[in-house]
Design a protein. Structure first.
Length: 859
């Protein structure tokens, strides 16, 4: 930031109360203001700074960097940690600034109400654009002397949101939303120049707005290219299914419910992103991370061409998506391709966010990709070390995408920033982007002319319907893939040309055209689905195609087996930063049982790589003799040598000697089969492992039991198998006890005696109990659906023809049978123990008698 601009901004903050575009030093200006108050006005605080959770760490670092004399504290953590922090730090009051997140303010509002705040600062202040939201209501209750709002997007949707911000700053002046709206009524405001001037006069004391060109003239430019791509064959099939399911609505024959239309839009957007977002789309089992992950999605195919290209150019990449499940797919892709990456979404813990951002921004960082969810990762994060931004999908609100781009295009950026927006051609995505461009152009006209208008930006039913209709004819007309082997340079050149054409078209549109913009491009069509002599409305009636219900909006697990395994490993990973590894090492798993020599060679390769990058082993305070361990590890790195040609050849040969065809899914099936049938029943185990022949399972089992101690979680795995074997042994013992019990009687249905003890229930008679036990033994107590069959036997038994009580029992039959099984087993065990004890006593008695006789006969 230029010094004269910084001084001007600080002066304005001192005199009034800022709205800068994203990445233009709002954080620094705020810290300078609070430092000025302490050192020049003798006002140390207390001050409160409310920020998004993802920027907490950055704010604390900036306080330490620019004004270390300001004692800043950060309130974050679980309930116990917050209680201790409030008791030991906040209440004593030995601090100047409290930095916390929106969520913490809502949870600890009673504590914050106890303070008289000198300055209340809210970063990304459009978070309180709705005055009825919980956060807006709570911050209005705090006792404050001054209030400061920081936002790069003061006007995201309409005039009322701006009033909400002004009402927070000066509730006495801007106390009525209706008066404010009528004062700057759209129709009057646009035609009355005096009213425009009055609007400027009202806002000037409260609004300081700067753009990048004014603040930092040396900032490299930003260029956006829209990449238009086609649908794969699988995507086209799923897109057609979604449209066919609701064909009545699209032809205006059904009820146009807004929520139903929104759901159709969402399903179509998911299809454009990747068909694997739908249950049943991914081929398998077995599930593999392979080329199909790329070839079944147009966006992934372009991404697969684009990423190696920008990596060769020395660029680093940010990838934004609206959907966290898309990030799951991208994670699998990066693992498969060997790209080092970081990830941040709404579920990422605070500590992991800080670690990921620090790792990515570190000097000489090996991380190539940072994947973020647009809403969670698009606010307040500084990722200026990247110079390529890829918008995998677009937000309804263009300001959100602008925020995402400005994570890289901000002060501190040394390279020109390239933004690639992926758009699936002739689909709903094309209309969404076009609508966002229209909205952004209209906002630009209004704000640049100093006019604020209330726009009707909510998506209506007709507009949604036209979005869904767009491109439907094109999708239905062909069932082939639209993907080509076109080189990435040609794709980018074509995208740049179309982007320039769209920008030129937008510039030519006047304000009236933008206001009257409609998505309806189907006027004049007799029927949207009548083509090639075939009426798709009739086809839908005759169709027997089964519709697979899209998955519910849950995040229980990732879609791929490899993702499951990574999550399991991540749970047990240490918090300390990982040591660097070579970027293209093979991804081998411990359950694949490669020769031990391979791990030695890979370790040699890792040590030499760390030597080449000058890596220094950090000292770990958690282990004994930390200094000695650190010295020994560093010595290994310093003495490391590159692999010889013979060793490299040996490594490649050893890479083929493990169970390379076994993935985590196969391994889990093998372990569960061992648990279910026991380690000795290899035939049953082989039937459970899908996609493997009995010979392959037998070979793997032999190696597994020979080398299982090499597995990372062997204790957990063995405990799981032994629990299953214990259950098998218990079933065998119960069956044996039942066999012995029944074998004692010639007619067990009439003669079987049951030892009830003192806890005999009154629900069933002894005759009914005998029938249940004998039938359970006859059918096999461990047979599948045995209790359902037992209930059917009770209903058909002639002796219970008029016994409506027992015939009406359902779950009680199962409970009773389980009770008798356990009791018979315990009785059998007790009898066995009694027999053993009696035998021992008899043996001891005989021995004693014999020794007595010997003593008598001795002279």
């Amino acid at each position: 930031m230029r010094p004269e601009c910084a001084a001007c901004c600080l002066k304005w903050c001192v005199l009034s109360g800022s709205v800068f575009r994203q990445g233009l030093g709002k954080t620094l200006q705020t810290i300078a203001l609070l430092g000025y108050l302490k050192h020049y006005r003798n006002i140390p605080g207390p001050h409160m700074v409310l920020v998004p959770k993802s920027t907490l760490h950055n704010w604390m670092n900036e306080f330490k960097r620019w004004v270390p004399t300001l004692k800043a504290v950060c309130l974050i953590g679980d309930k116990d940690a917050r209680a201790a922090f409030i008791r030991d730090v906040m209440m004593p009051g030995e601090w100047d600034v409290c930095v916390t997140s929106y969520e913490m303010v809502i949870r600890e509002k009673s504590v914050f109400k106890k303070f008289n705040w000198r300055y209340l600062v809210i970063d990304e202040a459009h978070r309180i654009k709705n005055e009825k939201s919980k956060l807006s209501e709570i911050v209005r209750e705090f006792k404050t002397t001054n209030r400061l709002l920081l936002t790069g997007t003061p006007l995201q949707n309409n005039l009322h949101e701006l009033w909400s911000l002004l009402n927070f700053l000066l509730p006495d002046v801007f106390n009525s939303a209706s008066d404010f709206d009528s004062w700057f009524d759209t129709n009057n405001c646009l035609g009355d120049q005096k009213l425009v001037e009055r609007l400027h006069a009202v806002l000037r004391p409260f609004l300081l707005r700067r753009i990048k060109q004014e603040v930092e003239r040396s900032l490299p430019p930003k260029k956006e290219v829209k990449i238009y791509l086609g649908l794969s064959k699988m995507q086209r099939e799923w897109y057609t299914r979604i449209l066919m399911k609701d064909i009545d609505i699209l032809n205006s024959a059904g009820k146009m419910d807004k929520m139903r239309l929104l759901n159709i839009l969402m399903q179509l957007r998911k299809c454009c992103n990747h068909p694997y977002l739908f249950d049943g789309a991914e081929p398998g089992p077995p599930y593999t991370t392979d080329t199909h992950l790329v070839t079944n999605s147009g966006k992934m195919l372009v991404l697969d061409k684009l990423l190696p290209e920008v990596q060769e150019q020395g660029s680093r990449v940010l990838i934004f998506s609206q959907m966290t499940r898309v990030l799951d797919i991208l994670e699998d892709y990066c693992m498969w391709k060997g790209f080092e990456y970081c990830r941040l979404d709404g579920n990422t813990p605070h500590e992991d966010r800080e670690k990921a951002i620090e790792t990515y921004n570190a000097p000489n960082s090996s991380k190539f990709i940072f994947m973020l969810s647009t809403r969670a990762g698009g606010l307040g994060i500084n990722l200026a070390t990247a110079d390529v931004v890829i918008l995998y999908d677009s937000d309804w609100n263009p300001q959100v995408d602008l925020q995402a781009m400005d994570r890289a295009h901000r002060i501190g950026q040394k390279k020109p920033v390239r933004v690639f927006r992926l758009i699936t051609e002739n689909t709903v995505e094309e209309r969404i982007v076009e609508r966002a461009e229209m909205k952004l152009r209209l906002d630009s006209i209004v704000i640049q002319q100093g006019r604020l208008i209330e726009q009707q930006n909510k998506l209506g039913k007709d507009e949604m319907l036209q979005m869904i209709r767009h491109g439907a004819t094109h999708v239905f007309a062909s069932k082939d893939s639209e993907l080509t082997d076109e080189h990435i340079d040609s794709i980018l050149e074509r995208g740049a040309k179309k982007t320039a054409e769209m920008n030129e078209r937008m510039q030519k549109l006047g304000e009236s055209s933008l206001r009257n913009f409609t998505m309806d491009t189907s006027s004049g069509e007799t029927s949207l689905y009548n083509f090639e002599g075939e009426d798709y409305r009739e086809k839908q009636k005759l169709s027997t195609m089964e519709w697979i219900e899209p998955p519910k909006r849950e995040r229980k697990a990732n879609y791929a087996v490899d993702a499951y395994f990574r999550e399991a490993l991540r749970v047990s990973e240490p918090r300390a930063p990982k040591a660097p590894r070579p970027p293209k090492q093979p991804n081998i798993q411990d359950f694949q049982f490669f020769p031990p020599r391979l791990f030695e060679l890979l370790e040699m390769e890792i040590l030499y790589y760390r030597k080449t990058i000058g890596y220094k082993v950090p000292k770990s305070p958690d282990i004994p003799n930390a200094a000695q361990v650190q010295k020994e590890e560093q010595r290994k790195i310093d003495d490391a040598e590159p692999l010889t040609a013979e060793e490299t050849e040996e490594k490649e040969k050893l890479l083929t000697q493990g169970f390379t065809s076994w993935n985590k899914r196969d391994f889990n099936q093998f372990i569960k089969a061992n648990e279910k049938y026991g380690r000795d029943d290899i035939d049953s185990i082989a039937r459970e492992v899908e996609g493997k022949t009995p010979e392959e399972v037998i070979e793997y089992s032999a190696v597994f039991w020979e080398r299982c101690n090499e597995l990372q979680d062997i204790e957990k795995i063995m405990a799981q198998i032994e629990r299953g074997e214990a259950r098998i042994q218990r079933r065998i013992s119960i069956k044996k006890a039942l066999d012995v019990k029944i074998a004692r009687y010639k007619a067990p249905f009439h003669q079987l005696r049951i030892q009830y003890g003192t806890n005999k229930g009154k629900n069933y008679t002894e005759e009914e109990d005998r029938f249940l036990i004998c039938m359970l033994h006859k059918m096999g107590f461990d047979k599948e659906n045995v209790y359902e069959e037992l209930r059917q036997c009770v209903r058909n038994a002639p002796q219970f023809r008029f016994d409506w009580f027992i015939k009406s029992r359902t779950a009680m039959v199962r409970v009773y049978c389980l009770y008798f099984r356990t009791k018979i087993f315990k009785d059998s065990k007790l009898e066995t123990d009694t027999e053993v004890t009696s035998s021992v006593r008899a043996t001891c008695s005989v021995n004693s008698r014999l020794s007595g006789e010997q003593r008598v006969s001795t002279p």
